[in-house]
Design a protein around this ligand. Structure first.
Ligand SMILES: [Fe+2]
Length: 231
């Protein structure tokens, strides 16, 4: 992705979130100069991978295969075995009609995907095989707002505004905004997660974009921290 495209997506997301009265923490608005000025205080943000996260999953076509995310809170995998440590995470996502997040599962993360309003989010589900493949035969069971639902392999679960689904580790999922409905504001409440290691895409998509630096960044993305804050 070109950095100019990422900057435009951030601009559009800021307007959309403001219209929906969803506010991001102060560091979301920092310039590169602000990051450098605060560099001694940001260890927690960097370690927990908080912040802007925009990806085309390596597709080169964000509008068709892509996702906007902002990680609001998180911990590290080490927290899962540390008494009294933070074991939860929260993200806000924006999904456009027809914009696909490719099939994937998480090795450790259990996540609730919540339609926070807008259009309809469609979630397609499969069990995974022991060799991390797609099980195209066995039916899938998920809990939606306390109610157990059973779908055939590859069944599509529509989430209307207010609805959510709990996705356990290793359950394959793919989602998109239902065409003909509006942009969807999606919440994610989950176990802590490390996006560098916890995502598996059976079709081989990449979790983070390859960025062509054609203009300066408007805001740093999570994968930028290693580059820009170690200089
Ligand atoms: Fe996921």
């Amino acid at each position: 992705m070109e950095r100019s495209e990422i900057n435009e997506i951030i601009d559009r997301a800021k307007s959309f979130l403001e219209k929906r009265q969803f506010f991001l923490p102060a560091f979301a608005h920092w310039s590169l100069e602000d990051w450098v000025a605060n560099v001694t205080d940001v260890r927690g943000i960097v370690e927990q991978q908080l912040g802007w996260d925009i990806t085309d999953f390596g597709s080169g076509d964000f509008a068709s295969v892509g996702l906007f995310l902002f990680t609001l809170r998180n911990g590290t995998d080490a927290n899962l075995t540390t008494p009294n440590a933070k074991v939860y995470a929260e993200k806000i996502l924006i999904v456009e009609p027809g914009q696909v997040t490719p099939t994937h599962f998480h090795f450790l993360k259990m996540e609730d995907i919540i339609n926070r309003g807008g259009g309809v989010l469609e979630v397609q589900l499969w069990n995974s095989t022991d060799s991390n493949g797609v099980d195209t035969e066995s039916s899938v069971e998920v809990v939606c707002d306390g109610i157990l639902k059973r779908l055939p392999a590859g069944g599509i679960l529509p989430l209307n505004p207010g609805d959510s689904v709990c996705l356990p580790p290793r359950l394959l999922h793919k989602f998109w905004g239902k065409p003909g409905t509006g942009t969807v504001l999606v919440g994610e409440v989950s176990k802590v997660n490390d996006d560098r290691t916890d995502n598996f895409f059976p079709e081989g998509a990449g979790r983070f974009p390859v960025i062509e630096e054609n203009v300066p960044p408007l805001h740093l993305l999570i994968p930028d921290y290693a580059t820009y804050l170690s200089r």
